[in-house]
Design a protein around this ligand. Structure first.
Ligand code: COI
Length: 356
């Protein structure tokens, strides 16, 4: 669909682009943003005219609800540039739908498709130069919504701000990571907001993750309330390979329904891997690590893509995984196949990629 920026969105360009100051070789994930952002206010029960304007601070009343009650949601998406300089999104409808599910759960208004998806396309069209080609390069997309109404009454806001930021990205983690299995802290509760991409799900993890990092780990694999089932790692959904079968936990109201997760499940099936979606017990993973049948653990997420886990700890014992990199690693093979689809270097038989 052709988007008429001037008709559908108000557009104020930057006076001078900062692209020349951006170091595309040394990219720190999510640290710097492109020249423009999209903003759209919600008030009087309606979304207002969306605006694409220079990236700049947002001014809010100090009593805005987001600061006090954490009414905030976001998404993570990526765009890729192919060898012909065309730009592609990966399954953007999935993020749009999940954003609106998160909005409902957090008592926020659903966003219109025109603002979210057409707005995103219009914004990326303006920022084309910021998308670099080649496997490993992408433009990370961060749509978010915050409650802006002033007043510290503990009830849902009636005013909101929707915004989309763009940030050139390479990898999220520098390499393989070490994780700790959660034995005390929890990320989410039954009936809670764990399945929503809510800001609070991330801040809830910061303290336990900080403790884990002080102990030499990168991340935590979260468990259910009984600490017996492995769920997700907070920045990624998690996959376990025992012998020749891959296992991953089913989604629930505690686990994020990851777009990379669901794509990987379909891709693995198509490629003939044995993959089972079923509860994964801490005990069976520990036992498989002890008897040598645990071959791989890897995480999957938009920012992290597919990231190998080289070791985990449980009850103060460290379990190292075998290095499968030269022995038919499922994680590396699936990462290669998925990223080639995303970058239009392989046939997209699923129809996941959407041209901008
Ligand atoms: C993403 O993968 O896009 C996420 O939102 C995870 C975030 C912690 C970077």
């Amino acid at each position: 669909m052709e988007i008429d920026i001037l008709k559908d969105f108000s557009f104020t360009p930057v006076e001078k682009s900062k692209i020349d100051t951006f170091d595309f070789e040394n990219v720190q994930f999510g640290a710097k943003f492109t020249d423009h952002m999209l903003v759209c206010e919600y008030k009087n029960n309606a979304w207002q005219q969306a605006e694409i304007k220079p990236y700049a601070p947002i001014q809010l009343d100090p009593s805005a609800r987001v600061f006090h009650y954490g009414q905030a949601i976001f998404e993570g998406m990526k765009a890729y540039k192919d060898v012909n300089d065309e730009i592609w999104l990966f399954r953007p409808e999935e993020n749009f739908n999940r954003f609106n599910k998160s909005a409902v759960r957090l008592a926020m208004p659903e966003i219109d498709e025109t603002i979210f998806l057409d707005g995103l396309k219009a914004l990326i069209n303006i920022e084309k130069e910021w998308v670099r080609k080649g496997l490993g390069n992408s433009l990370y997309i961060r749509p978010f919504m915050i409650a802006t109404e002033s007043g510290v009454i503990a009830s849902p806001s009636n005013e909101f701000l929707f915004c989309i930021l763009l940030s050139p990205a390479k990898s999220y983690y520098a390499g393989k990571i070490k994780v700790q299995i959660a034995e005390y802290f929890s990320r989410a509760a039954n009936g809670g907001i764990g399945a929503a991409k809510a800001a609070g799900n991330y801040s809830a993890q910061f303290y336990p993750t900080k403790l884990a990092q002080e102990a030499g780990f990168n991340q935590i694999i979260w468990t259910d309330s009984t600490h017996t089932k492995l769920e997700e790692s907070g920045t990624m959904n998690v996959f376990f390979r025992i012998n020749d079968t891959i296992y991953t936990a089913p989604t629930s109201d505690r686990i994020l329904d990851g777009v990379t997760r669901k794509s990987l499940i379909d891709l693995a099936k198509k490629e003939g891997y044995n993959i089972e979606v079923r509860p994964v017990l801490v005990d069976e993973i520990v036992e498989a690590a002890e008897n040598g049948t645990l071959k791989e653990i890897f995480g999957a997420g938009t920012a992290a893509v597919i990231n190998q886990i080289e070791a985990f700890s449980y009850k103060d014992k460290m379990y190292e995984l075998p290095n499968m990199d030269n022995e038919g690693s499922y994680a590396l093979d699936l990462k290669d196949k998925l990223t080639k689809i995303q970058n239009k270097l392989a046939d997209d038989s699923f129809g996941w990629t959407v041209k901008i």
